[in-house]
Design a protein around this ligand. Structure first.
Ligand code: NAG
Ligand code: NAG
Ligand code: NAG
Ligand code: NAG
Ligand code: NAG
Ligand code: NAG
Length: 676
């Protein structure tokens, strides 16, 4: 009998030995090479990641098992006590929606079969079912990572580690956490989506189970999270299978095992963490679609927007760039911002153009902040030399206040460009009322008032202000009419820019043909007398209603001053008066203005009256002297004028000749030595 039993035992031993492995040990960092037995939702992804459940099949409550395929011998043959064993694995629980975390969990399981037939998902974790839960005939040992609080099984919370023996009612459980090497304890959230490591050890001698949890970044903590004295000998059969079980409930979660090692009768080997497969990106297909297409698209779009924004910004900066130097800061509010002027003039649109003269174009504008109407004159200047003095002058001229001067409000400077901001004169320039707009012409009273006004303004510039200001470009198109038809002299002091900006040996003669005194042509020097000469031409212009030079007129009448002179010489000075006035004028006033015009046009500067005298004559406070007594002769007037023009025209470039023949204002330039 004894022999037979022995044989039987030996036979069993041989039989078992041939199928079950002794002192089994394995370790997998990724499961490509592992021949795991899978069921349910479990599958091995192409990168070697073991996926026990996935989020898409969670609605029905998914379940998956993965078992090491070979049977393992767990017991001493002699006395039936369970060997020591240990296992170590890295897992991750990735909820689809972090706010809906908690999808039941993962269990490391030792079971008598490769799989757990009849087991249910959800709260049963794929281990048991309603009828066999807690039955000692199960022979199942498990360590659960449970993320659901199931009251039926007396769960401590929804984030715990428990030891299950034949039942989901854990023999021991602890909230997930670990003790760091420096002694501090930390909680862990199983469903954080981060990989974590866990050690399960059974000491066959002490009959003790230890479970230790830690984040991937930590080494194995010295003290375990969960310790249970329990003899597994009655629980485990001799031949058992090791693996994982997992289930999900209504909250979609993917459960993964990244790596696993197991050792019978020894310490499970560590894993090369760098070789662990990567987790798929968080979330469902829609999210990955979003990541694949949406995110790059958003990146490209926002990058484009950023680049466009940068380009726009740079271009805007360039567009509105202005030159400000330290010394200018002192001028404070006299300086305008280019951006404001740009907005005010709608970007210097042609539609806003008020006029174009020798010095530059003038635009109408409305200041964005206070809605004040302004006229902005764009003056181009090439040289930086002298600009400082010029600005200083502009600023001091800005302090000039006279009812017959157009107020200069301020300036703005850009590279190669100067912008002067004047008060806007609603009725425009005087010349429009004399000959450019025949529909409406000024009557004599209005004309006389304008002449007297301009005379008083020029007198202020010459004598009444702290400095002598020479206008240099007195003419009808530089006289503007305000709302009450008062004549106001504009553009004063501008010509100085050209003086300051040029090389000292040469001087630009600046002004308009027909208004330039003969000695100005010769010496290039502007004086109060040259202004008086121009004022004389202006007076004749207003009284006669035509320009000082009219190339279209009969030869003897081309030059206005010649014509007036010859009328006066014939004793018919009133013949020269503007025919548009008809008979509606004060004979004495017109005669006086025409004579004064001739007087101011005297070729000899000393023979011309000063502006002070001009004002007095115009006010009729002083009787005008007899012209013959002053030695006015045809030679004294016209021929000098002719000479001047001939010299002038011969030194003109062709483009300027064209301007001259168009009888518009031009900048006359002659290279003369001597300076200012
Ligand atoms: C989830 O599992 C099903 C099969 O059970 C599979 O068809 C599906 O592709 C898986 N989804 C993901 C995101 O892995
Ligand atoms: C994988 O395991 C099964 C049994 O579970 C076995 O039939 C099969 O031959 C094994 N395959 C490999 C490649 O080891
Ligand atoms: C079983 O036998 C082994 C030696 O084969 C011994 O180390 C162990 O302590 C024994 N266990 C019990 C419960 O007797
Ligand atoms: C429970 O599982 C056992 C086997 O583990 C099976 O025989 C039984 O039919 C199952 N019961 C139910 C209700 O599924
Ligand atoms: C345990 O399961 C066995 C069959 O697997 C059954 O005969 C027995 O009645 C069950 N015991 C309890 C307490 O449910
Ligand atoms: C303990 O170590 C952790 C890192 O593991 C650190 O964050 C924590 O501040 C440390 N605590 C103490 C008290 O040193």
């Amino acid at each position: 009998m004894i022999k037979i039993i022995t044989v039987l035992v030996v036979a069993t031993h041989i039989l078992v030995g041939s199928t079950a492995l002794n002192d089994v040990g394995f370790n997998y960092a990724g499961f490509q090479s592992a021949n795991l037995t899978l069921d349910g939702a479990a599958r091995i992804r192409t990168n070697g990641l073991l996926q026990l459940t996935n989020t898409t099949d969670s609605k029905s409550g998914a379940m998956g098992h993965a078992f090491f395929p070979s049977p393992i011998n767990f017991k001493q043959t002699s006395n039936g006590s369970v060997f020591s064993f240990s296992t170590y694995f890295v897992f991750a629980m990735v909820p689809q929606f972090p706010t809906l975390a908690g999808g039941h969990g993962i269990v490391f399981v030792i079971a008598p079969t490769r799989g757990l037939p009849g087991a249910q998902s959800k709260r049963f974790l794929g281990l048991f079912n309603e009828s066999n839960n807690g039955n000692a005939t199960n022979h199942v040992f498990g360590v659960e990572l449970d993320t659901d609080e199931t009251n039926d099984f007396a769960d401590i919370n929804d984030n715990h580690v428990g030891i299950d023996i034949n039942s989901l009612r854990s023999k021991a459980a602890k909230p997930a956490g670990y003790q760091a090497s420096n002694g501090s304890s930390y909680d862990l959230t199983l469903t954080s989506g981060q990989p974590m490591q866990i050690w399960v050890e059974y000491n066959g001698l002490d009959k003790q189970i230890d479970v230790t949890l830690a984040p991937l970044s930590e080494a194995k903590p010295k003290s375990s999270l969960l310790t249970l004295k329990y003899d597994l000998s009655p629980i485990l059969k001799k031949i058992m299978y090791v693996g994982f079980s997992s289930s999900t409930g209504s909250r979609p979660t993917s459960h993964y095992i990244l790596g696993w090692s197991f050792q019978m009768n020894g310490v499970a080997k560590g894993l090369d963490l760098s070789r662990l497969p990567r987790l798929p990106r968080v979330g469902s297909k829609e999210v990955s679609k979003f990541l694949k297409i949406g995110l790059p698209l958003i990146c490209i779009i926002s990058l484009s927007i950023l680049i466009l924004g940068a380009i726009y910004y740079v271009r805007r900066r360039m567009k509105f760039a202005e030159v400000v130097e330290d010394w200018e800061l002192g001028y404070g509010p006299r300086r305008f911002r280019y951006k404001d002027l740009y907005i005010a003039t709608k970007g210097f649109k042609e539609k806003e153009l008020l006029g174009a003269g020798g010095f530059g174009k003038v635009y109408r504008g409305v200041m964005p902040k206070n809605k004040i109407q302004v006229a902005v004159k764009k003056v181009s200047h090439e040289s930086r030399q002298g600009i400082r003095e010029f600005i200083a002058e502009i600023v001091s001229i800005g302090r000039l206040r006279h009812r017959n001067l157009v107020p200069l409000l301020g300036y703005c400077r850009r590279k190669g460009e100067l912008l002067l901001v004047y008060e806007f004169m609603p009725n425009g320039s005087l010349d429009r009322f004399l000959y450019n707009q025949p529909k409406f012409t000024l009557n004599w009273n209005e004309r006389f008032r304008v002449i007297k006004g301009v005379a008083s303004g020029l007198f202020y510039l010459h004598e009444e202000w702290e400095q002598v200001v020479i206008h240099r470009d007195v003419k009808a198109s530089n006289v503007l009419l305000d709302g009450e038809m008062n004549g106001r002299l504009g553009d004063f002091g501008l010509a100085r820019l050209y003086d300051h900006g040029t090389v000292p040996q040469t001087t630009h003669v600046v002004g308009t043909l027909g208004y330039l005194a003969p000695e100005h042509n010769r010496t290039g020097k502007a004086t109060t007398s040259t202004d008086v000469y121009a004022f004389g031409a202006f007076m004749l212009e207003v009284a006669c209603g035509r320009r000082p030079i009219e190339p279209a007129a009969p030869t003897e009448d081309v030059i206005l001053v010649d014509r007036v002179y010859s009328c006066w010489n014939r004793g018919e000075i009133l013949e020269a008066v503007d025919p548009k006035l008809g008979e509606n004028y004060v004979k004495e006033e017109v005669e006086m203005v025409l004579k004064l015009g001739l007087l101011c046009s005297h070729s000899e500067p000393l023979a011309r009256p000063s502006m002070r005298q001009v004002v007095l004559y115009l006010e009729c406070s002083v009787e005008l002297p007899d012209l013959p007594s002053l030695g006015i002769t045809a030679t004294g007037l016209a021929f000098t004028q002719h000479d001047g023009f001939d010299d002038f025209a011969s030194s003109f470039p062709s483009s300027s000749k064209k301007a001259w023949s168009n009888s518009s204002s031009i900048i006359a330039e002659s290279v003369l030595s001597g300076g200012r």
